[in-house]
Design a protein around this ligand. Structure first.
Ligand SMILES: Nc1ncnc2c1ncn2[C@@H]1O[C@H](COP(=O)(O)OP(=O)(O)OP(=O)(O)O)[C@@H](O)[C@H]1O
Ligand SMILES: [Mg+2]
Length: 514
């Protein structure tokens, strides 16, 4: 034992002596250069290559760092023993992350990669426009040199894509609005956002199940159709027009679509947009995987006829048929045009970003210019109609918890008999069901009474109208038989051709459509 200690002491003495000789013979610069050389030599012979992904790239946040953290959170939650937990703003779930100096092995297309999370204290605060965090964080990615190409070519893109997917899944939907007019926020953004928490889903939506399935299949095809759209040279976007009377579920359908696809909603208030270029800027600032909504499009702008601009379809920013008087706005030539809106939905700018849905709603489809309705702009026209019998069954299930076989057969038959003729909207029916929901059976009976009353009133009115029409016809006949001086015009009759969903008493619509 004593011998061992003596040998070790003498070895350490020799080592100290050699070190002092090295210090004298080789100056610090030389030592540094030789260390660098040794490092290079090591790298040359090493089978691995290392990539550092730091949290802050200069003064900007490195998006790749955040993406890697999210991506690894999916695997870390299963395999890690010490994990960091985070919950982001507007996020409804917790994400896991690697703790300091933890490692995780991943594989991609047969290539194994190793991630290490490295956290060090920042030595000194160098000058910067914004304060930097005290810790310097980063990931080091270790890959075999032979796999370098596959990692650079597609693995990092794959990581970014997966991270976006996880972010979308974890984060609440956002509802954006341009209600600030043309002004921008501090980051130059024209949209304001709030978390979107609308509970409407396709399950709660009371529409014909066949139509519902068709819409859902169309949405799925769209969301999965990236390669199809690329192959056919089409912009990856789709337009839906929802039309029908008030209270038939157009807004609820928008919310259901957003919840189904997990998209954000941009609720575009056209009356807040002053020029075509402002409209374009708004479009440019929308993200992919989003639904751009213009509600009540017929009320937002006069869309009767784009040719009245006298300026062609692509004349963004020029004056048009904006009916300043009827909208109570000074016509100062600073207004959006129909052609601007057409370009917004199907022009070159409409495809900035991708995977976007344009969704317009209206109570009066007949008021819209055919150019706006054509395929490519509004690919699918969805008629939201009065409550049908299959839709009623959905409402009864949702509001009262009734399954179809729980209801008396006779009651169901009676409901089926009157529901179409009563022309009651799902909104009106839900109101009846909400009020009486504590007494389920009574609620259905009350609804039946209400439906029957409506049918009675409608039949009464139609009898009155028929009576008036017969009277009118007789008067007309009498007038023709014995024309009086200065009365050579026929009495005005209702233009059935243009009769909208709400009957023909809306003479304004008919005039404008003609
Ligand atoms: N098809 C439906 N399925 C389920 N609920 C509906 C449906 N239609 C309407 N409702 C109920 O009625 C209310 C009003 O519906 P919604 O706002 O979607 O109608 P709308 O067609 O957008 O009306 P408007 O044309 O006036 O904007 C909603 O809160 C919803 O609960
Ligand atoms: Mg609505």
């Amino acid at each position: 034992m004593k011998d061992i200690w003596t040998t070790m002491a003498s070895m350490m003495g020799v080592w100290a002596f050699c070190q002092s000789i090295l210090h004298i013979v080789f100056p610090p610069d030389f030592r540094f250069a030789s260390l660098k050389f040794l490092h290079r030599l090591f790298q040359w012979f090493s089978a691995y290559i290392y990539y550092d992904i730091t949290e802050i790239d200069g003064v900007n946040t490195n998006e790749l760092y955040n993406a890697v953290q999210l991506y690894l959170s999916a695997s870390a939650s299963v395999s890690g023993t010490r994990l960091s937990l985070t919950r982001g703003l507007n996020s409804s779930s917790i994400t896991f992350g690697l703790s300091n100096n933890d490692r995780l092995v991943d594989s991609y297309k047969g290539a194994a990669v190793e991630w290490e999370h490295i956290v060090t204290q920042r030595q000194s605060q160098s000058f910067s426009w914004r304060p930097l965090p005290e810790e310097r964080r980063g990931f080091t990615l270790r890959v075999k040199k032979k796999n370098k190409q596959v990692i650079l070519d597609s693995y990092l893109d794959f990581v970014m894509e997966k991270a976006n997917e996880i972010r979308r899944k974890n984060q609440d939907r956002l509802l954006y609005t341009n209600s600030r007019g043309g002004s921008l926020d501090a980051r130059g953004h024209p949209w304001e956002s709030v978390p979107f928490k609308h509970p409407s889903t396709f399950e709660t939506l009371a529409i014909d199940p066949v139509k519902k399935a068709e819409i859902m299949a169309d949405l799925v095809d769209f969301a999965n159709g990236e390669s199809f759209y690329r192959r056919t040279g089409r912009a990856w976007k789709r337009g839906y027009l929802l039309y029908g009377p008030p209270g038939t579920g157009k807004s609820s359908m928008i919310a259901a679509m957003a919840n189904f696809l997990g998209y954000d909603i941009y609720d575009l208030e056209l009356t807040e947009v002053n020029t075509n270029s402002e409209l374009r800027k708004l479009l440019m600032k929308t993200s992919s995987k989003s639904i751009i909504v213009i509600e009540d499009i017929d009320c937002s702008i006069n869309l009767a006829n784009r040719n009245t601009t006298g300026s062609g379809a692509n004349s963004g920013g020029q004056r048009n048929n904006y009916d300043a008087a009827s909208n109570g706005i000074e016509d100062d030539g600073n207004s959006i045009t129909l052609s601007g809106l057409l370009n917004f939905t199907d022009g070159l700018w409409s495809c900035c970003g991708s995977e976007k849905i344009f969704l317009f709603t209206t109570n009066h489809i007949e008021k819209l210019d055919p150019a706006l309705l054509r395929s490519g702009r509004m690919d699918m026209h969805i008629h939201m109609s009065y409550c049908s019998f299959p839709a009623l069954k959905i409402l009864l299930k949702n509001y009262l918890g009734f399954q179809e076989d729980e209801l008396q057969k006779e009651l169901l038959e009676e409901l089926e008999c009157v529901i179409d003729e009563a022309e009651m909207t799902p909104a009106d029916i839900s109101e009846v069901l909400i009020k009486k929901r504590r007494d389920k059976n009574n609620a259905v009976r009350e609804l039946l009474v209400e439906l029957k009353n409506r049918v009675g009133r409608k039949r009464g009115k139609s009898r009155e109208r028929n009576g008036d029409e017969i009277e009118d016809e007789e008067q007309e006949k009498r007038a023709l038989d014995s024309p009086k001086d200065g009365c050579d015009q026929l009495p005005e009759t209702c233009n059935k051709k243009n009769e909208g969903e709400n009957g023909c008493d809306d003479s304004d619509n008919i005039d404008e459509y003609d």
